[in-house]
Write a protein that binds this ligand. Sequence first.
Ligand code: NAP
Length: 416
Amino acid sequence: MFNHIRIPESGHKITIKDGALNVPDNPIIGFVEGDGIGPDITSASMRVWDKAVELAYGGQRKIHWCELYMGEKAGSLYDGNYFPDESLAAITELKVAIKGPLSTPVGGGFRSLNVSLRQALDLYACVRPVKYFSGVPSPLKRPEEVDVVIFRENTEDVYSGIEFVAGSPENQKLAKFLREEMNVDFEVNAGLGIKPVSEYRTKRLVRKAIEYAIDNGRKSVTLVHKGNIMKFTEGAFRAWGYELAKTEFADTTITEAELWDQFDGEVPEGKVIIKDRIADIMFQLLQLRPAEFDVIATTNLNGDYLSDAAAAEVGGIGIAPGANVADHIAVFEATHGTAPKYANQNKVNPSSLLLSGVMLLEYIRWQKAADLINRAYPKVIERGTVTYDFARLTKGATEVSTSGFADALIEQMQSS
Ligand code: NAP
């Protein structure tokens, strides 16, 4: 029983059967409209997703959307509560949801709603596919070589929130313990933070990345770490990653070292290569030799930087899709913020949320509907029908509104 959420009676819930998603033809899927530009991009994207499903399955399948509340809209419905428990409960029940951006009120006492959501539902993998669509303005010479999927650990590392402000009694207690009992030294009055990286959380993340690579016919999984400096956290991530590949995926993976030692660089049929790169060089390699990378698994902070840097190569966060996933729960999301200055202007690019919805369709295995959007999208962009952000980078473009971009996509899908 929910106070404000209404589960549509017309649809059926997605369930888990034998460890896999069981998706009916009329699944109920949650959505959070989001703040700022959220309503504009949500309504435009929803029209495109629904039309793609209708065209792909001739009316046999249909998503039954269920509105859930977080952020400002929740605040006004739930007496100032931006993060109502019943929305979390509904996501857990529905298994799949998509959300627009949420604003975090500025000022003490408010944690980022996005971080809270990931932690509350233990959505441990942040998945960000980064690939080039022809026609999108890019700073690279060969952007078409970029096609990576980044799996970023979402729950630990320096984001775990274990920090002690300089001068506080807690900080002084920890500093005393470290100096006197652990025999380490550091500047007096330093802020202190803890960077936990565990075997369990590393392995579940790397497992997801390898499973994805196998399921999607990808060539390699690269473990990105800074283990040369932070040996027992980042270095351990690398070691546990290789260990997991060896113990759980011995038949389907091969390390880069084995590839050269035993197979002279020729990849044996059906094997995914497991390799690793140090984080700093990875930023250079992703720009200079992006074709060498396929699936990337990395720790939280590295992944945060790397996913935005990679997105910038193929059009920026305005079009980068993303998802936060656990074993049987997935929340797809726009990766940019609420861009409040553009709220309710029907102006911004809906692509980030729109393409996150394509990931959602792929996740529930409605590939035919996803493909319709994937095929129509570059055609519309190549024609120069784009929102303001791309129009200012593209000579001779025709600038359209958020809803106008959705109209152009729908027209393109219908005509093909
Ligand atoms: P932002 O909302 O992402 O906006 C920064 C700039 O990025 C915008 O001014 C705009 O650039 C461009 N932009 C963002 N989305 C766009 C879109 N869909 N189409 C075209 N351009 C787009 O970042 P912010 O201003 O730092 O953050 C605003 C609020 O969002 C904050 O409350 C923050 O906490 C929240 N936030 C939420 C999320 C999330 O929910 N996942 C993520 C990040 C931030 P131009 O001005 O150049 O046109």
